[in-house]
Design a protein around this ligand. Structure first.
Ligand code: C2E
Ligand code: MG
Ligand code: MG
Ligand code: MG
Length: 288
């Protein structure tokens, strides 16, 4: 009987595996189709300075509204794109689309802030990334200084020597580089110092835990101190509450991004944020 149960368990496991693989395959085919049919779009999430509540940037986030399943999170479909190599054309599309949007705002006289685009490991490690980025900038007329590329610690840790070369070639173009989800990977502090970085993004898992018992206050403080010591801008992501904002402000964090200040929104809605005063929350702190 035990043997039978084991075998059934195995069959069940195998069936579940096959179902998962079939799901992934279907998702990948649909994603490929979405990319070809322009069924993907970008959202933009504002970033503000904590001191003056000035709009200083926007993170570009990919969105996919599946015709049958509805909106699918990039946390779900980006890994699929990464496994299948689709991330290369997908990532190239995001970059071009973001630069074109920046240009549209610029042409309209709206003074858009720099845009931060997420890069996957495969994109960063593909030969010719700096040339590709330079070509898109030239084609769209977006200045390199208005583009920020978000890398993760894992990307950078895999082959630090090679990463350093690529980063220098990107930085030489005038592009800003940031480390996303900082604190969740394994950064060599020695390398952090050698890389031509501009910004550290404190991972939202630490921000979420702020002020909780046994929370991540000390980690957040340490990241802010480290960033400052290295001469980097430090931004916290996932800021949802005034208490989190106040703590970050007290600790000298430079910038914030999160639902408290603005959710990721489509380009036409983001246009309304351009050329307008920033929302009140952090600005009020100045007068208090
Ligand atoms: P990420 O780069 O760390 O982006 C931040 C994520 O946090 C976004 O999730 C954003 O919507 C979410 N977020 C922002 N503020 C808050 C907040 O206050 N509270 C909470 N709970 N969440 C907040 P999203 O848009 O679902 O993207 C998830 C991840 O997918 C991104 O994490 C990034 O790793 C990846 N991703 C998104 N777009 C792209 C892309 O174009 N290329 C690549 N390679 N990855 C992308
Ligand atoms: Mg990011
Ligand atoms: Mg992040
Ligand atoms: Mg993240």
């Amino acid at each position: 009987a035990a043997k039978n149960a084991g075998r059934n368990g195995y069959r069940f496991y195998e069936a579940a595996m096959n179902a998962r693989i079939a799901d992934q395959l279907a998702l990948e085919m649909d994603l490929r189709e979405a990319l070809e049919n322009n069924a993907l779009h970008l959202h933009f999430q504002p970033q503000f300075t904590l001191n003056e509540a000035r709009l200083v940037g926007a993170e570009v986030l990919l969105r996919w509204n599946h015709p049958v399943h509805g909106p699918i999170s990039p946390a779900r479909f980006i890994p699929v794109a990464e496994e299948t190599g689709l991330i290369l054309p997908l990532g190239a599309w995001v970059l071009r689309q973001a630069c074109q949007q920046w240009r549209i705002w610029h042409e309209a006289g709206l003074n858009p802030p720099p845009l931060a685009v997420n890069l996957s490991a495969a994109q960063f490690q593909a030969s010719g990334l700096p040339e590709e980025v330079a070509a898109v900038l030239a084609e769209t007329g977006m200045p390199a200084t208005s583009l920020e590329l978000e890398l993760t610690e894992t990307i950078v840790a895999e082959d630090a020597e090679r990463a350093e070369t690529t980063m220098h070639r990107l930085a030489d173009l005038g592009i800003h580089l940031s480390i996303d989800d900082f604190g969740t990977g394994y950064s060599s502090l020695a390398y952090l110092r050698r890389f031509p970085l501009h910004k550290l993004k404190i991972d939202q898992s630490f921000v979420r835990e702020l002020a909780n018992a046994g929370g991540s206050d000390v980690i957040v403080i340490a990241i802010i101190q480290l960033g400052k010591a290295l001469g980097l801008t430090v931004i916290a992501e996932g800021v949802e509450t005034p208490a989190q904002r106040d703590f970050l402000h007290q600790q000298g964090c430079d910038e914030v991004q999160g639902y408290l200040f603005g959710r990721p929104i489509p380009a036409d809605q983001f246009t309304a944020l351009l050329g307008t005063p920033a929302p009140a929350p952090a600005a009020n702190r100045l007068s208090s």
